[in-house]
Ligand binder design. Structure first.
Ligand code: BGP
Length: 478
C-alpha cells in the first residue's frame, strides 16, 4: 500500500498578503508623509497608463470590510506592510500617533478574528524626506533611521505581532531602483546599486540584531524573491551559466542574510569591473554575528528562470507590463548568462513562467544551502479577470495555478522540509507597481480600473471559496 503523505502542520499559516502602497490609498491622510513612490508615479511613462496608489483599493478606509472578508475565507494569517511614512512622516523625528493607531486598530481587528498578523516593515515605500535628506539607501545614515523605525514597531506591536518581515525583496527594489531605473530613484548604475544594496544589508542585519538582543518574542527574517534557475540543457557551459545566474541573482542576497558574506564568485566578478561595495571590518563583524541572522527565510515565489551562456553581450531589458503575451524582450548579464525560453512551461499574459514544481525546488535549495524554515510570503497568478453581470468571477485558471502550488508545498513538506506558512499574493485585488489595476491577483475582486476608482466594491471570486475549503481541510481538500 502506498504510504500516506505527511500532512500540513496543524498550525500552518494559511493566509494572503498585501503591501501598504498597493492597497491603502489615503496617501495624504492621517498625517502621512510622502514616500518615494508617491512621487515616482507622477513621472510620465513610469507606470502602466500612469496609475498610482493615491486611492489604490482604499483599504485605509475599508480595512474592517477587508478583514471581515478574510475571516469569512477562514484565513489564519494576513501579511501586510506598514507605511514608514505613516509612522514617521519624515522618516525620522516625531512619531505620528494617528499612523500608529491605524495599524494598532488593524492588528487588533485581525486578532479579534483569530488571524495572525505577519508584518512587513519595509515594502518599498521609502520616506521621500530621507531620499531628499541623504539619498535614502545610498547613505549609511539610513541604518539608524531604519532601526529606529523597526524598534518603534516592535515596541508598539510586539505584544501581538509574532512574525516580522524586515525588507521585502531587496533584490527587486535594488535592481529596479538602481540598475533598470524602473523603480525609484530611477538610477542606472551598477556600482551605486551594489553600494546601496550593501547598506540595505547592514540595515537589515542591524534590525534583526536589535530584535534578537532586546528579548522580543517571535520570529524575524527578510522576504526574498527567489526564482530558481535551470540550465537550458546539459551542455557544461550552459550549466555554468545557470550557476552564474543562481549566484548573481540569488545567493548574493541569501548568503549575506544567512552567512554574513557575499559569494566569492560574485565578489570577484564585481572587483574586476570596479563595482564591488566597500565592506569595513565593523560591517563584517555585524554581518557575521549570529544575532544578525534571520529565524526564517521569507520566500516570494512566482516563477523559475532558464538560462544559457551569454557570449553575445545581451544585457538588461524592460519587462512586459502590458499583459500582451509574447512581448518579453531578451535579457541577461553579459559574460554570465542570458534568459531563454523554457519549452516545458506555459506562461502568463505578462510572460511569467508557470512552474509549480519550481516551488518545491526553491524550498529544497533553500533547505540544503541554508537549513532554515521557510515562510512563503508571496505566490500567486496575475491575470485578467471578468466581472460577470451577477457579480461573480469565474477564475478557474487561478484555482488551477494555486492548487498546483499547494501540491508542490505539500510535496516539500513530505520531503521533510519545514514550511511555516503560505500567504498568497494577494487577498483583494490591488495596484501592481508597474502593471496598473488590470493585472489582478486577489481572491476578492475590487471594482476599479486604470481610468476610474468606480465604487471600489468587493466581490469574492470563485477562488475565494476554493481557498476557504483548502484552509478548512488544512490542505487536504484541493
Ligand atoms: C512582488 C512584490 C509585490 C507584488 C508582486 C506581483 O515582487 O513584492 O509587491 O507586486 O511581486 O508583481 P507584479 O505586481 O509586478 O505582478
Amino acid at each position: 500500500m502506498a504510504q500516506q503523505m505527511k500532512p500540513f502542520p496543524k498550525n500552518f499559516l494559511w493566509g494572503s498578503a498585501s503591501a501598504a502602497y498597493q492597497i491603502e490609498g489615503a496617501y495624504r491622510e492621517g498625517g502621512k508623509g510622502l514616500s518615494v513612490w508617491d512621487q515616482f508615479v507622477r513621472i510620465p511613462g513610469k507606470t502602466f497608463k500612469g496609475t498610482n496608489g493615491d486611492v489604490a483599493v482604499d483599504h485605509y478606509h475599508r480595512y474592517r470590510e477587508d478583514v471581515d472578508l478574510m475571516a469569512k475565507a477562514g484565513l489564519k494569517a494576513y501579511r501586510f506592510s506598514i507605511a514608514w511614512t505613516r509612522i514617521f512622516p519624515n522618516g525620522n523625528g516625531e512619531v505620528n500617533q494617528e499612523g500608529l493607531k491605524f495599524y494598532d486598530d488593524l492588528i487588533n481587528d485581525l486578532i479579534a478574528h483569530q488571524i495572525e498578523p505577519v508584518v512587513t516593515i519595509y515594502h518599498w515605500d521609502l520616506p521621500q524626506a530621507l531620499q531628499d535628506e541623504y539619498q535614502g539607501w545610498e547613505s549609511r545614515r539610513i541604518i539608524a533611521d531604519f532601526v529606529n523605525y523597526a524598534k518603534t514597531l516592535f515596541d508598539n506591536y510586539g505584544d501581538r505581532v509574532k512574525y516580522w518581515v524586515t525588507l521585502n525583496e531587496q533584490n527587486v527594489f535594488m535592481q529596479h531602483g538602481y540598475s533598470m531605473a524602473s523603480h525609484p530613484p530611477a538610477v542606472t548604475d551598477p556600482k551605486r546599486m551594489y553600494a546601496a544594496n550593501h547598506i540595505a544589508n547592514l540595515a537589515n542585519a542591524s534590525a534583526i540584531k536589535y530584535f534578537h538582543e532586546h528579548g522580543y518574542q517571535g520570529q524575524i527574517g527578510p522576504s526574498f524573491a527567489y526564482s530558481p534557475i535551470y540550465a537550458v540543457d546539459a551542455a557544461p557551459e550552459n550549466q555554468l551559466a545557470a550557476d552564474n545566474a543562481e549566484q548573481l541573482n540569488s545567493y548574493y542576497w541569501m548568503d549575506m542574510y544567512v552567512f554574513g558574506h557575499y559569494p566569492t564568485i560574485v565578489r570577484n566578478w564585481q572587483e574586476k569591473q570596479g563595482i564591488a561595495p566597500e565592506i569595513t571590518v565593523e560591517d563584517q563583524a555585524l554581518l557575521e554575528n549570529p544575532l544578525s541572522h534571520p529565524d526564517f527565510m521569507g520566500l516570494n515565489y512566482y516563477q523559475t528562470g532558464t538560462v544559457a551562456k551569454n557570449d553575445t553581450g545581451v544585457g538588461a531589458a524592460a519587462e512586459n507590463t502590458s499583459g500582451k503575451k509574447g512581448t518579453i524582450k531578451e535579457s541577461g548579464v553579459p559574460g554570465m548568462f542570458k534568459n531563454v525560453k523554457n519549452d516545458y512551461l506555459q506562461k502568463t499574459d505578462w510572460d511569467w513562467n508557470i512552474d509549480p514544481v519550481g516551488l518545491q525546488i526553491a524550498l529544497r535549495r533553500i533547505n540544503s544551502r541554508y537549513n532554515l524554515p521557510v515562510l512563503i510570503t508571496e505566490n500567486g497568478l496575475g491575470a485578467f479577470d471578468t466581472l460577470e453581470a451577477d457579480h461573480e468571477i469565474h477564475d478557474d485558471y487561478r484555482i488551477h495555478f494555486l492548487r498546483e502550488h499547494v501540491k508542490a508545498i505539500h510535496a516539500a513538506i513530505d520531503d521533510g522540509l519545514q514550511v511555516i506558512g503560505y500567504t498568497t499574493w494577494s487577498f483583494t485585488d490591488l495596484l501592481s507597481w508597474l502593471n496598473g489595476y488590470q493585472k489582478r491577483y486577489g481572491f476578492v475582486y475590487v471594482d476599479r480600473d486604470e481610468k476610474s476608482a468606480k465604487d471600489l466594491a468587493r466581490y469574492p471570486k470563485d477562488s475565494f471559496y476554493w481557498y476557504k475549503q483548502v484552509i478548512a481541510s488544512n490542505g487536504e481538500d484541493l
